[in-house]
Write a protein that binds this ligand. Structure first.
Ligand code: 0A1
Ligand code: ZN
Length: 880
């Protein structure tokens, strides 16, 4: 039970701030347990507020007040009141600006929630988004209050030789008792969620970047000394991102210094604090022997993401937290474009869509579904969701598709110019795009307010006599919480047509000749007609996944195999393979449920044989064509999820393909396997990806040869991509030396936290029997720590979110285990606790037995004493 009933905040209740704080001077006397904060603020009434109260309410939590004064006069006790969440000055000066001076104490060491000022290993750092600044001092902690910050940090010189904050360094000096100080000034007004400070024994990796206007920017990455050899890729990614934003959006960096600090304890991936990003070490540190190719890609993406926020987020920020997707959806879209340009746009698009469909679609179909711009929250930290980020990026991508690249750029230019230095809304963004292009996007706006994944169905009618094809598209969207009835959306549907021999064909549409066209589906039902056709074409629809919808278009296995061989759209070609495998797997699931013998259709084996023989030379793409749809993606398409049947059917397909195509898999494996130390270039990455995909198939053979192949690669590997791929093959098969390989991996890497995270995850996600017992044992492993979010995610998160087979064990042991961990974490770190609840949120999708077991655990969580708002909101909404 919660101590008090939590308040819901509504978008419709937004009002402008009653006061503004133009400037704040912060003075910190840093100490692990007793940090003293002095905040000197220039406050004035907001001329745009129509409120008439004379009180000044400042947010603050877990703070100990030492003193408060206005214009130098200490306030009497009856002039203000301090509560759990806020400090209220009953009568603030109305007719003039005034100076408010507050002094308070905080205890960073006791801060296991990792919000506000906290201790990570031996360094002090901050996390203020969304509302962490109120754990540092009392303030108007809301994004539409923007202030200029000056910060002075005082600390012990030996323990905290490096003292960082936002902006430019303006001074430093020595003090008595081995203390020193450094002061910083950020010339750009910013909301307090972008404030940051870091203090610690940090080594600095430095470089420079010359901007398009010839300005020289210092780039500094701060890490613990033993990690200085793992910063090269992050630095290169930063420079690439800076250049890319200049070239693609005309946006230049604005301060003289850009700093990144890597910390071990972090609730999320990274944070875009102005001029001083704080990163989870996972998204900075990489060396070929410790990080996989996919880690390298994620680092590039997250470094880009945080850098791009400097404009989409910092220079133009959000008016309120309901507008979160204004900065997040846009910035994810920008980082996706960047990563695609750095590697392969085709591969990147497939990876992004795959993640969206397996994870965001589930969120959109469950009890936690919400619009890209939510309308209500209890705890804003719960709304850093796949919907706000990933679906938000799809919404921006659709705008890009509808306006074209040049029109979109014009719109962005106007947006940044019009709103620089402001806190604005999603509406302002769409308006700028409209105004710059002279278009009207009225109906499109529904993407921001309507939750749920639309379903689009297709009916084809070919008129052979006139060479005309008519397509009738219908859209609908299932109800979501608080939105029983849905309106039609503006859905861009990209289309191409193929001749019977597989070649692309041009066609007449709306009086013009096209080879590809984007249809504007705006009505619930709409027909489109294509002429000048020589024969009945094969339709390639929703190319590039032009809208985040579920397309229902019944096709035969033969037609899918045809598209897998011929579609010139790289996304749809991959999609055809996914659907082919999906249909084959669902046929097998039917057989399993009817207790019939299992048999894989020969057309599937033939299709994969052709992909193995040739996929056009892009090896990463070829590897993606060979990868079977994930269990969670398949489950998402079942009315009642049968985890065991899904697993068994998918494994059967994988094993059957491996048996029928052993020679082909082996040949490709041998062709691309190298004894290499590993470097992150497209050629090597593609080779490893394809080769390791082959290894994964071959390991399903469970023969002495296949075991030997995996173990040889494991023992000889000189890069983490190969080592972990081999260990995964070993851990997911009945390999005789599994225990020994796991032990030797642990011994080799015990000093590298990020590698040990992988070691936990591999074991937590194994499909082999006894996995649950192993997970329980790993909870007692000396390297496990509930206070380190990366570790919790690596073990508890991986087991509950990426091991459907064992987490959903019919006896409910997985559910009980997870609820126990959530309750434990609730007291330590509410944000992490609430993220773990998501394993139980989808309970309605399972059979009656599992439903009742999961529900019971959710009820047990809701009944816990001292439940945080975070966990309460997710658990109670899951039950509703
Ligand atoms: N704005 C960051 C994500 C972030 C959000 C909240 C955090 O703490 C609660 C931390 C980071 C980003 O999009 O990268
Ligand atoms: Zn972001």
């Amino acid at each position: 039970m919660r101590d008090a009933s939590p308040q819901t905040v509504y978008l419709k209740d937004y009002t402008p701030p009653e006061y503004l704080i133009d400037q704040i001077e912060l003075h910190f006397e840093l100490d692990e347990q007793r940090t003293r904060v002095q905040a000197r603020m220039n406050v004035r009434r907001n001329p745009h507020s129509s409120a008439d109260s004379v009180a000044l309410k400042l947010w603050g939590e877990e703070l100990q007040l030492l003193s408060i004064a206005i214009d130098g006069r200490p306030l009497q006790e009856n002039e203000f009141v301090v509560g759990d969440e806020a400090l209220i000055v009953h009568e603030a000066p109305q007719d003039r600006p005034f100076e408010l001076l507050i002094e308070n104490l905080i205890d960073p060491q006791a801060n296991t929630a990792l919000e506000g000022l906290y201790l990570s290993s031996s360094m002090l750092c901050t996390q203020c988004e969304a509302q962490g600044f109120r754990k540092i001092t009392w303030f108007l902690d809301r994004p539409d209050v923007m202030s200029r910050f000056k910060t002075t940090l005082v600390a012990d010189k030996a323990k905290y030789p490096v003292l960082l904050s936002n902006g430019n360094k303006t001074g430093s000096g020595e003090l008595e008792n081995n203390r020193h100080w450094v002061s910083w000034e950020d010339p750009f007004a910013k909301p307090c969620y972008l404030f940051a400070l870091v203090a610690g024994q940090l080594a600095c990796v430095a470089d420079q970047f010359v901007t398009m206007n010839g300005r020289r920017i210092d780039l500094q990455i701060f890490v613990e000394q033993h990690n200085v050899d793992k910063c090269g890729h992050a630095m290169q990614s930063l420079k690439n991102a800076m250049r890319w934003d200049e070239q693609s959006y005309g946006l230049e960096y604005d301060l003289d210094l850009y700093m990144i600090v890597a910390v071990d304890h972090f609730n999320m991936g990274a944070m875009e604090n102005k001029g001083l990003n704080v990163f989870n070490t996972k998204f900075v540190l990489a060396r070929p022997d410790t990080a996989t190719d996919s880690d390298y890609e994620h680092i590039e993406g997250v470094i880009g993401h945080e850098y791009f926020h400097n404009w989409s987020g910092n220079r133009v920020t959000c008016r309120d937290w309901f507008q979160l997707s204004l900065k997040e959806g846009f910035t994810v879209f920008r980082d996706q474009q960047f990563s695609g340009d750095m590697t392969s746009p085709a591969v990147k698009r497939i990876e992004d869509v795959n993640a969206l469909r397996t994870r965001q679609f589930a969120e959109d179909a469950g009890p936690l579904a919400h619009p890209v711009r939510p309308e209500a929250y209890i705890e804003i930290n719960n709304f850093y969701t796949l919907t706000v980020y990933e679906k938000g990026a799809e919404v921006v991508r659709m705008l890009h598709t509808l306006l074209g690249a040049a029109g979109f750029r014009k719109g962005c230019d106007l947006y940044f110019q019009r709103h620089d230095g402001q806190a604005v809304t999603c509406e302002d963004f769409v308006k700028a795009l409209e105004d710059a292009n002279g278009v009207e996007l009225g109906q499109f706006r529904r993407w921001y307010s309507q939750a749920g994944t639309p379903v689009v169905t297709v009916e084809q009618d070919y008129d052979a006599a006139n060479g005309r094809l008519q397509l009738t598209l219908r859209q609908s969207c299932p109800p979501t919480p608080n939105q029983p009835v849905k309106q039609p959306l503006h859905i861009p549907v990209k289309l191409g047509l193929l001749n019977a021999d597989g070649s692309p064909t041009t066609f007449e549409f709306a009086g013009e000749r096209h080879s590809e066209v984007t249809l504007d589906l705006t009505a619930a039902e709409q027909s489109f007609s294509f002429g000048n056709l020589a024969g009945k074409p094969v339709v390639s629809l929703l190319r590039g996944f032009s809208a985040p919808v579920t397309l229902q278009m019944p096709r035969s296995l033969d037609e899918l195999a045809f598209l897998l061989s011929h579609d010139s759209d790289t996304f749809n070609r991959w999609e055809a393979g996914q659907q082919l495998a999906t249909q084959a797997i669902f046929q097998l699931i039917d057989s399993i449920e009817l207790d019939r013998p299992l048999q894989l259709e020969p057309v599937v084996v033939d299709a994969y044989r052709r992909v193995l023989a040739d996929a056009g030379g892009d090896l990463s793409y070829q590897a993606l064509l060979l990868a079977l749809p994930e269990e969670s993606y398949l489950s998402g398409q079942m009315p009642v999820i049968d985890v065991e049947a899904v697993h068994q059917a998918r494994e059967f397909v994988k094993k059957t393909l491996a048996e029928n195509l052993t020679e082909q898999f082996l040949e490709l494996y041998r062709q691309y396997h190298r004894d290499e130390s590993g470097c992150f270039d497209a050629g090597a990455v593609g080779r490893r990806r394809l080769k390791n995909t082959c290894l994964s198939y071959l390991s399903k053979l469970e023969t002495p040869d296949s075991h030997r192949l995996a173990e040889q690669q494991f023992r000889a590997a000189r890069n983490m991509t190969d080592q972990i791929a081999a260990l995964a093959a070993i851990v997911n098969s009945h390999h005789p030396d599994q225990a020994d390989c796991l032990d030797s991996f642990y011994r080799q890497w015990q000093q590298e936290a990020l590698v040990i995270d992988k070691w936990f995850t591999l074991q937590a996600t194994s499909s082999m029997p006894n996995t649950f017992a192993k997970v329980q044992n790993l909870m007692r492993h000396p390297a496990f720590d509930m206070k380190t979010p990366n570790r919790v995610r690596a073990l508890v998160g991986a087991f509950s979110q990426s091991n459907p087979l064992h987490f959903h064990a019919a006896n409910g042991e997985g559910y009980r285990f997870l609820a126990d961990r959530v309750i434990e974490l609730n007291a330590l770190n509410p944000q992490i606790a609430s993220r773990m609840v998501s394993g139980l949120a989808q309970w309605r999708r399972y059979d009656a037995n599992r439903q009742s077991l999961m529900k019971q655990e959710l009820q047990r969580i809701v009944a816990t004493d001292h439940l945080s708002k975070d966990v309460y909101e997710i658990a109670s909404k899951s039950l509703a």
